[in-house]
Design a protein around this ligand. Structure first.
Ligand code: ADP
Ligand code: MG
Length: 343
């Protein structure tokens, strides 16, 4: 059963179309990431789901119950949806304990035990309950904000770029910790982010937003390997996009003849390879190219290679690293993806 169902939802702010006919289904217990550049409509989408905004057209339903359409609007506090806003937003004048307990009625039995349990859930030591937000690290503050959002036992949790203020190492660790807490609690989760690596690593289902539209939805592996169009391909990672001529499952391009993932199309098209699909060799097999630049990157380095009149990007490990000016050869592995130019 699909937990959340958005059907052709649109929302404008005056003349700005922030969400344009978005369809989205999110399965119970799953993790979805919506990735898009700043201003593409991610926060607005979450606010429509949470009930802080009403759609102009379209419908939002949760577990088969309509939350918003032309006739119905269930207010946010009746939706059982948790929302972790972009800035975390702990109350600075309240202790950790009072922040987490903010939405819990004062007289419910077992209130203190519930707050302690929430601390355990987000892996924070109970001794921190008496601290103030400014006495916590950025990652700890985000976990307190998550505990507060989970206090009401939401059936759906919305995370709005909750890790973007944290530095790289802490961001990955906090993201993993949060993902674990939410999946162990069986809470359906939607994360929005501008960080494609974060989206691909966090979710079972990824949606790409561009200019208020959800342009493609699929599994992380599917989106990375088979993006619909060149803009989506480049947004999700480094891409080698080449003009080619297709025929019966093969493409002729500057790298020679390459197998492609669509045998039904023929004639001119654009194909895409990910840099890791290009094997660099010096033994003379494959297509020749000249290394014109090397960008050292630690475990792998980026090579800029001149192939005939084109310049392409490849990656190599340090053990394989050629020198600038060297002639190398490249052989594509796996299938090149045929991009759709009709959209
Ligand atoms: P994102 O979260 O992807 O950065 P937003 O959903 O915040 O994008 O914004 C989408 C578009 O809607 C942007 O052009 C933004 O300027 C506009 N917008 C968002 N909120 C408002 C608002 N309250 N009033 C007017 N315009 C808004
Ligand atoms: Mg936003």
């Amino acid at each position: 059963m699909s937990t959340l169902d958005l059907r052709s939802v649109s929302k404008s702010y005056g003349a700005v179309l922030a969400i344009d006919r978005v369809d989205l289904k999110v399965a119970a217990g799953s993790r979805t990431a919506i990735v898009g550049a700043s201003g593409s409509g991610k926060t607005t989408l979450l606010r429509l789901i949470a009930g802080f905004e009403a759609p102009d057209t379209g419908a939002v339903a949760l577990n088969g119950k309509t939350l918003a359409d032309q006739n119905v609007f269930v207010p946010a506090h009746h939706r059982h949806i948790g929302y972790l806003p972009q800035d975390g937003a702990l109350f600075p004048h309240l202790s950790v304990e009072r922040n987490i307990g903010f939405g819990l009625a004062r007289d419910i039995p077992g209130r203190d035990a519930r707050i302690a349990e929430l601390m355990d859930l987000v892996a924070l030591d109970r001794t921190m309950l008496k601290r103030w937000p400014h006495e916590l690290s950025g990652g700890q503050q985000q976990r307190v904000a998550l505990a507060r959002a989970m206090a009401q036992r939401p059936q759906l949790m919305l995370l709005d770029e909750p890790f973007s203020a944290l530095d790289t190492g802490l961001r990955a660790a906090t993201r993993k910790a949060v993902a674990k807490v939410l999946s162990e609690s069986g809470i359906t989760t939607i994360l929005v982010t501008h960080d494609q690596a974060e989206a691909l690593s966090f979710a079972d289902q990824v949606g790409v937003m561009r200019n208020a539209r959800l342009v493609q939805v699929g599994s992380p592996a599917e989106l990375y390997a088979r993006p619909r169009d060149p803009a989506t391909a480049e947004f999700l990672g480094e891409a080698i996009i080449l003009p080619a001529t297709l025929n019966a499952g093969w493409a002729d391009c500057c790298l020679g003849r390459v197998a492609v993932d669509d045998a039904t199309r023929s004639g001119p098209a654009q194909i895409m390879l990910r840099p890791e699909q290009l094997q660099i060799a010096t033994d003379g097999t494959g297509c020749p190219g000249i290394v014109i630049d090397i960008d050292f990157g630690g475990s792998t380095s980026a090579l800029t290679i001149q192939v005939a009149e084109r310049v392409i990007l490849a990656r190599c490990t340090n053990a394989q690293m050629p020198t600038v000016g060297a002639t190398i050869t490249m052989a594509p592995t796996g299938l090149a993806h045929v991009l759709d130019e009709r959209i």
